[in-house]
Ligand binder design. Sequence first.
Ligand SMILES: NC(=O)C1=CN([C@@H]2O[C@H](COP(=O)(O)OP(=O)(O)OC[C@H]3O[C@@H](n4cnc5c(N)ncnc54)[C@H](O)[C@@H]3O)[C@@H](O)[C@H]2O)C=CC1
Ligand SMILES: O=C(O)[C@@H]1CCC=N1
Length: 277
Amino acid sequence: MTLADQAITFIGAGAMTEAIVSGLVANNRVNSGQITVMNKNNGERLEELEKNYPIQTTTNKQQAVERSHLLILAMKPKDVGDALERLQPFIRADHVIFSVLAGTTTGYISSLIEAECPVIRVMPNTSANVGASASAISGGQFAADKDVDLAASLFSSIGSVTIVPEEKMDSVTGISGSGPAYFYYLLEGLQTAAVDAGLTEEDAKALLIQTMQGAAKRWSQTSRPLQSLYEEVMSPGGTTEAAFSVLRKHSVQEHVTGGAKAAIAQSEKLGKVKKHV
Ligand SMILES: NC(=O)C1=CN([C@@H]2O[C@H](COP(=O)(O)OP(=O)(O)OC[C@H]3O[C@@H](n4cnc5c(N)ncnc54)[C@H](O)[C@@H]3O)[C@@H](O)[C@H]2O)C=CC1
Ligand SMILES: O=C(O)[C@@H]1CCC=N1
């Protein structure tokens, strides 16, 4: 079965579901008429999604599960136990389950489902909205190569895909899953400096977007270490050096590293609070 023939049900109608759906709809590799989004009870949210995308929605659990061969779990990690308890009577061994939940192992999900269906853990990010997610994928106990290939095919239609062993998924979650937020936060600081110095928000946005894209492109096309790239920008007694003396005084880089490590630790913790991992 090709991706275009797949009926897909998302369980959970939040930000991540919308990011993936909007990326998939913009890209014709998936038939958007075959996408269903199911939510526990927020009808207004489902109406909003139906208005914005050519998809179907439902709050009917049995319909949501039986309609599709491919189920994508996209509720908060704390809600997965309750959700699967209600859905599991309708899940068959020939379902394929993708989970985008932070810190939630495929083993834990399998322990909540009677049928031995393949479970694939995926960590995308919200850049899926614009077809630019950095997604990592790992297959669980019952996942065959073809199931991992299906996940790779679906997520490659909304960005890049890296296949990693499942024990690396907490690290991925703290780096690229949360990653867009780190860059938005840093950009917000730069935007404030730009506007405080008299630039219009519009000009600041245009300059910062191109600067960030240019830096990413440059890094992608060189084997030089990052330190040599920022040192190249820095002239003795110049502007960049002035900025770095403030950033280093406040150990900004160490705090950025510490922040990402806290995210990784939190993903590990989310996994440990659940039983059967
Ligand atoms: N937001 C992000 O940047 C990313 C989020 N994730 C993961 O995606 C998942 C969803 O995150 P968000 O979309 O940000 O959360 P969200 O809070 O925006 O959405 C969660 C949705 O699940 C629904 N829900 C709760 N219990 C349910 C149940 N029993 N049955 C069906 N639906 C139920 C809620 O009503 C809500 O629509 C999380 O597990 C998160 O770890 C993964 C990568 C990035
Ligand atoms: O903050 C979170 O827990 C989710 C997982 C990765 C990004 N957002």
